[in-house]
Structures are given as C-alpha cells and as structure tokens.
Design a binder for this molecule. Sequence first.
Ligand code: ARG
Length: 432
Amino acid sequence: MEKGQAQWREKIRTPLQNRRESNTKMKLTRYGKISLGVLMMVIAAVVIGLIVYFVAYGKTPFYYHISFKVNNIDYDSKFQKPYSQEYIELNGNIVFLINETFHRSKLRRQYVTSHVVQVSQARGKPVVHTVLKFKSCYKNNTAKFRDRIKTTLHEMLKGDTGSLRIDSSSFKFADIAMPAAENLLHVCCGHRTITPSGNKIAGGMDAQEGEWPWQASLQQNNVHRCGATLISNSWLVTAAHCFIEVSDPKEWNVSFGLLLSDPQIQRGIKDIIIHERYHYPAHDNDIAVVHISSPVLYSSNIRRACLPEATVTFPPNSDAVVTGWGTLKFNGKIPNILQKGLVKIIDNKTCNSETVYGGVITPGMLCAGFLKGRVDACQGDSGGPLVRADSKGIWFLAGIVSWGDECALPNKPGVYTRVTYYRDWIRSKTGL
Ligand code: ARG
C-alpha cells in the first residue's frame, strides 16, 4: 500500500522539481566519485591484508610424532586406559611441559596442540609417545620448520623439565601424515569435539555433528536397520536381535555421521559375532560385536566410546543419553538426523516391580527412561548406545538398546543390555 502511493507521487513531478533533482545528481556524482575512490582503496587494503595474512599465517597443518623415556616414574599398566587417573596425570604433565616450551618460543603462533597417544615401556619405565600439531606457512620449506621444532624440543630436554626426569638419549622425532596423526589425536575414548550448550531435552531432539561421534548406523544393503557403537578403529558393539533374519556380513554395511542421507564414512562388514547364549525370542544376552571390513580413522566427528570396567555400577536415577535414528513414535517414521534423548537409569528392582516389567528383567539387563514415559528409544534404535558421562565428562557405554513395551509408555521404560555384565565377553571376542 505505502509503496503504491510513492510510485503515484513520482509520476506527477513538475519540471522545476526535475531540474533541482538533476543538480543534486551532479553534486552527488562528485561526492560519489570520492566515496567510490575511498571504497576502492578500502577494498584493496582488505584484499592485500588477506593475502599477507594467508602468506604469513596460511593454515597448513604439520604433525610430528615424538617419544622419550621418563626415568623417575614406574611403568603402570593403567597407562593403557586413557580414562585412568594415571594416564590423565601423565598426559597432563607432558602436555603442560610442551605447551610451556612452545608458548615461550618463537613458534608460539604455529604451535596448535599436543597429546600423549601411547605409553609403552622400557625396563620398567614409561616411554611416552606424543603427537604435536602445528600450523604454518612453511609450505615449501618444511625442512627448516621441522629443524626449528626439533631444536626447540632438544632445548626443552636440556632445560628444566619440572617434575619429569626425561632420558634425553631416548628422544625420537618423526614426521607423521595428517590422517594418521588426526587418528592418534582423537584416540582417547569417550571424548567429543562438540559440547552443546543448553542440554535441556524434553522428548528426543536433533543431535549435532560430532556430538555422539561413536554412533554408527547398521544397514542392510544401505537401509538403516539398527544402531551400533564404535569401540575401536575396527569394532562395533550392537544388539544380537539385529541379526535374527539376516546374519551374513556380506549383506550388511555401516555408516557414520549425523545424517543417514549423507554419511561421512561407510564400511563393509567382515564378521558378526553373536552372543552364543542369545536365543530369539528371549531377550537375554542381546549383544553382538561387529568387525568392520577396514578400520576407520578417528577424526573430530568419528571417535570411540569408552567401555566401562565390569565392576562399575551406574547409580539409579542418574542421567544417561540414548541416541539413534529410530522411529519418533511407535510405528512412526525414522528421522534422517540423529536424535538424542536424556533418560534416567532405573534400578532392576524398580524395573521388575509388578506395575513395570513384573520380573522379566535379568542381571544382564538395565532399564532407563521415566516411569512417566515420554522419553525413550524406539524401533530402529536397537543396538545403539546408552551412554553416561563420568565426573570428568568422559562418556562410557552403559547400555545397548534392546527392547521395551512399545515406546515411551508409562511404566514401560527402555530395556538395555547391561554392558558391564558383558565386559569380559566383549574382551574375549575383540581383545579390547
Ligand atoms: N527392539 C527395538 C528395535 O529393534 C528397539 C526397542 C527399544 N524400545 C524401547 N521402548 N526402548 O529397534
């Protein structure tokens, strides 16, 4: 309406008005030229600035693998568990020393991060393997860059190494290519790159890329059938009942990434190992491990979940998260985007009460959800993870989606395979 009036006013301009306007136009043109000139200069400056920036700080990542022996610490088998206090402390000390060294050096702007990726042993002492990441413009003079890093590290070993007595004669330094280095930098289980803010979940809701990096989709000829959890570069854990109809690995494949329609990585399957005491239609021992055709390399969006020790118990009423591409309601449709639901652990006694599942819950099962209903896993979530964060924010696989009476009904919470109960079985099949 307003626009229409303006158009009509333009049409009845007088000749005088037109003349005045053309004068203004000429003046504007002069001002225009000046402002155009200024604008061009600003654009040129920005472009030159950007070129200088990219030449000086161009982001080519470089990775190095170093190792050395620490003489004043005894080797401890707990160094093999990336969530153990022993490992966390050792990694913290090493990373602190390397951070300090590079932050005080001329390479402070190129140094990105470092991480202890493996601890081996030599004569009862730990040999610490660390990956270092740099970003630099030394695109065609990598040898010089490498030398500067090596020199800085040699100086570090000669100087004050704090509480660590490092055997400098054991120092080794090597280049490492990006995919392998990123794999090592993301080798710690139960970590994720993204921690979403405002984690208030009512029903299920959309997940974000990298939020549940261990989640996999088990597919039969590229059609989503079940969830699964990545526990190493080449093994997944899932539910046995996913393979009731088809257990030939050739008919299955696995995909990773947030969207079913746009997988980040896909793999075939080499082997499916179903629990020997799983007998359909009984729900007991609903667990299987799946060996993927070739290992996946970890990256910021693909990582493994931690397996809890057999002795761990998950306290009743504590928070856990179930994720999957299962239907949004019973007999509903499956989503394209991964869903997450915040649930509470329910103890077996409550879950076995008359009003709930009346005695069918066995020690190898674990219930989670709400007696009021509302949030639950559903059809197609089977085999997928129920995870719980420890006090340090490291995520452990507590359960495997197994069964339930429809979905999200009152007094019918989700029933999961209790992972701690099968911890030794998993080790016996995968060595993990
Ligand atoms: N068995 C179902 C499947 O094959 C999953 C059941 C989970 N149900 C539940 N209410 N939590 O996907």
